[in-house]
Design a protein around this ligand. Sequence first.
Ligand SMILES: C[C@H](O)[C@H](O)[C@H]1CNC2=NC(N)=NC(=O)C2=N1
Length: 96
Amino acid sequence: MTEKLSEETRGPLLKPLFDTGWSLVEGRDAITKTYKFDNFVDAFSWMTRAAIWAEKWNHHPEWFNVFNRVEVTLSTHDVDGLSTLDAKLARKFDTL
Ligand SMILES: C[C@H](O)[C@H](O)[C@H]1CNC2=NC(N)=NC(=O)C2=N1
């Protein structure tokens, strides 16, 4: 069962993500990052790879794409906040 991040675990888990451009969403327990690509095909290709990991782990991003930009928000709806799954997916997205 996925659990909301505790005060003790969220620091160590989120800090490395803040270092790669993720940030907390205001007014909501979620993280967000905007990825920029050279063009639409690169952006959509990245989204396709990201979608396959999201589906594999049954954890899905909220995202918005225009041309070469993809804004991603991660949160765990089942716990109404951040869980380890969000950090795991964020780390994966950064490697794609
Ligand atoms: C029923 C299904 O397992 C759930 O709705 C899954 C699917 N994908 C999900 N994605 C995200 N981001 N949060 C969830 O809580 C979630 N739950």
